[in-house]
Write a protein that binds this ligand. Structure first.
Ligand code: TEU
Length: 572
């Protein structure tokens, strides 16, 4: 008797999301910075790729200290990017093409130029004083030992009112006080304003930082350490679940299933993520965890690059697959505007292996359970930029880090090599549309240098080629839409301790899928067991891959990656 499995209908479970970093995507007016009209002119690229949802990094009014993650007006578009009318045109066009649009919501902090903060800092008695986190100093110094994620103390002294304010990021990004109910209401009203404008959801920036530990206690410090990035005191704090549930209730009411709610959560554990994404709790739909993008960070922090341990990378992602198998949902990503390019980081950007490794990493990630995210240029296999001096970087995180290394008498060469490998500007170089001047991104001077490899690595070259990285991603996206096993199938890791082979299975009551990838240059012969004999090849990244499995031994070339599909009854 045929068994029909009840299918979970949440629309975002079979969707693929594409992130646009507007500043670097497409420039329509030649000022060297991407803009909304530029995006409108390139929507055909996204439609051809087949994605379902666009996540737009911030386009609100901002002084752009952190490229728009420092917002001074939540209800307007920055003139750099266009106007609200341009935004409405973009949204309408996206909807006409059958796609959805998600806004970036940065509400752990605002810009210090936001009118709320301008009021808050005007006097200790101002009605909005309590919308931010103000404290007296302690023994003539900062209120506690918390460090900013962007180097130095997390506290800034305010001369006018004689207190310090908290900023987990830059001093121009003061943290909001979510314990204040009026502030929470103001944030919810802003979200409702965008929902009424027609947006389809939110990607919420560092949303697990909004509830700080009661009393803002010192964090445990190592010997001689002055400032500590105190995840233990501000991540997943005491009221965060309550505030998110309230937000969902107040903003979306009973309609929350129509929207997508994504939480960016540095330091989140799988146990916490289960709570955030448990549908019965109605908080969020999925979170961005950071474990797999931290495996190459050393003891001295993210720019202390220690190289890739593939087993650690596999185990990090597998742990999340298993932890959210029954309750909750994963997001799947290699790249975003904060991460270096995956083909240079976990793949092999030597021209001989570049295409195969870009496709192999796509295959590994898109075969997993969760909602896959692509970051602009990832569908082309864009690589890291050859950064040399600190002047090549624009990102304040890089500039601050370099400065603090010099101040502390550290090793500048090591700092620069860490920045070149892990720095965020790797992701932010302009999108490579064609081989022409400035890669077709802008007719003006781009705000950040274009990667010199755009002469051969660009969209125009790939769209017309049958076996490009782009066409491989087209197929990965189509498979997720067409085959329920990618959405529903149970996940089981294989050969977890193998330092070169990445393999897992997905299984439903009727079908079984094998993902196997050789994450290295050397060829390997791998025993996959007799149960895969006669399985059909669903996708390969190299030419002349056998279309059926004829032996338990598979011969894999360097960076060979495959999906095999089999009906389950075959070995019952
Ligand atoms: O990032 C949060 C975050 O903690 C890191 O990923 C961040 O990029 C930093 O490098 C930590 O070392 C979010 C945004 O994605 C990022 O662009 C912003 O700079 C940050 O929040 C502040 O809004």
């Amino acid at each position: 008797m045929a068994m029909t499995e009840p299918r979970d209908v949440a629309w975002w479970k079979s969707a693929v999301v594409y992130q646009i970093y507007p500043r670097s995507f497409a420039d329509s007016d030649g000022d060297g910075v991407g803009d909304l009209r530029g995006i409108i002119g390139r929507l055909d690229h996204l439609q051809a790729l087949g994605i379902d949802v666009i996540w737009l990094s911030p386009v609100y009014r901002s002084p752009h200290v952190d490229n728009g993650y420092d917002i001074s007006d939540y209800r307007d578009i920055d003139p750099l990017f266009g106007t609200l009318a341009d935004f409405d045109t973009l949204l309408a066009r996206v909807h006409e093409l059958g796609m959805k649009l998600v806004m970036d919501l940065v509400v752990n902090h605002t810009s210090d130029e936001h009118p709320w903060f301008v009021e808050s800092r005007s006097s200790q008695n101002n009605a909005k004083r309590d919308w931010y986190i103000w404290r007296d100093g302690r023994d003539g110094a900062e209120p506690n030992n918390w460090g900013s994620l962007f180097s130095g103390s997390a506290w800034e002294w305010d001369q006018t009112t004689g207190q310090y304010y908290l900023h987990l990021f830059d001093r121009k990004q003061p943290d909001l006080n979510w314990n204040n109910p009026q502030l929470r209401k103001a944030v919810q009203d802003t979200m409702i304003w965008w929902v009424e404008r027609g947006v389809d959801g939110f990607r919420m920036d560092v949303i697990n930082f909004i509830s700080k530990a009661e009393g803002l206690p010192d964090a445990a410090a190592a010997e001689g350490q002055r400032y500590v990035v105190a995840f233990s005191e501000f991540a997943d704090g005491p009221h965060v679940h309550e505030y998110l549930a309230e937000m969902t209730r107040e903003v979306f009411g009973g309609r929350d299933g129509e929207f997508i709610k994504i939480g960016e959560m540095p330091g989140v554990t799988p146990e916490q993520a289960r709570l955030y994404t448990d549908p019965d709790r109605a908080e969020l739909d999925m979170v961005f965890q950071f474990e797999h993008v931290s495996v190459d960070h050393g003891p001295a922090g993210k720019f202390d690059y220690v190289g890739l341990d593939l087993v650690a990378l596999k185990k990090a992602l597998h742990r999340w697959q298993v932890a959210l198998a029954d309750t909750g949902w994963n997001s799947l990503y290699w790249n975003n505007h904060d991460q270096p390019r995956v083909v240079s980081r976990f793949g092999d950007d030597d021209p001989r292996y570049w295409a195969a490794s870009a496709k192999a990493l796509g295959t590994v990630l898109h075969g997993m359970r969760g909602t896959p995210f692509l970051y602009q240029g990832e569908e082309l296999g864009m690589t890291n930029y050859p950064f040399r001096t600190v002047h090549d970087h624009r990102d304040l995180e890089a500039v601050n880090f370099h400065k603090s290394v010099l101040e502390l008498g550290g090793d500048e060469a090591a700092a620069l090599s860490g920045l070149a490998k892990i720095g965020r500007d790797n992701a932010r170089t302009p999108m490579q549309w064609d081989a022409g001047p400035n890669a077709g991104f802008s007719t003006g001077d781009p705000w950040l240098a274009v990667n010199p490899n755009h002469t051969w690595l660009n969209a125009a070259a790939q769209i017309s080629s049958a076996d490009s990285v782009f066409t491989h991603y087209q197929t990965l996206i189509r498979l997720r839409h067409e085959l329920p096993i990618f959405v529903d199938g149970d996940f089981t890791p294989l050969m977890e301790d193998d330092p070169q082979i990445w393999a897992y299975t997905r299984m439903t009551s009727t079908a079984k899928l094998l993902m196997i990838a050789n994450c290295g240059r050397d060829s390997r012969t791998v025993d996959v067991g007799p149960q895969w004999i006669a399985a059909d090849l669903l996708l390969a990244n190299l030419p002349e891959t056998p279309v059926t499995v004829t032996s338990r031994w598979l011969d894999l070339a360097g960076w060979d990656a495959r999906f095999y599909l089999s009906a389950r009854m075959r070995w019952r």
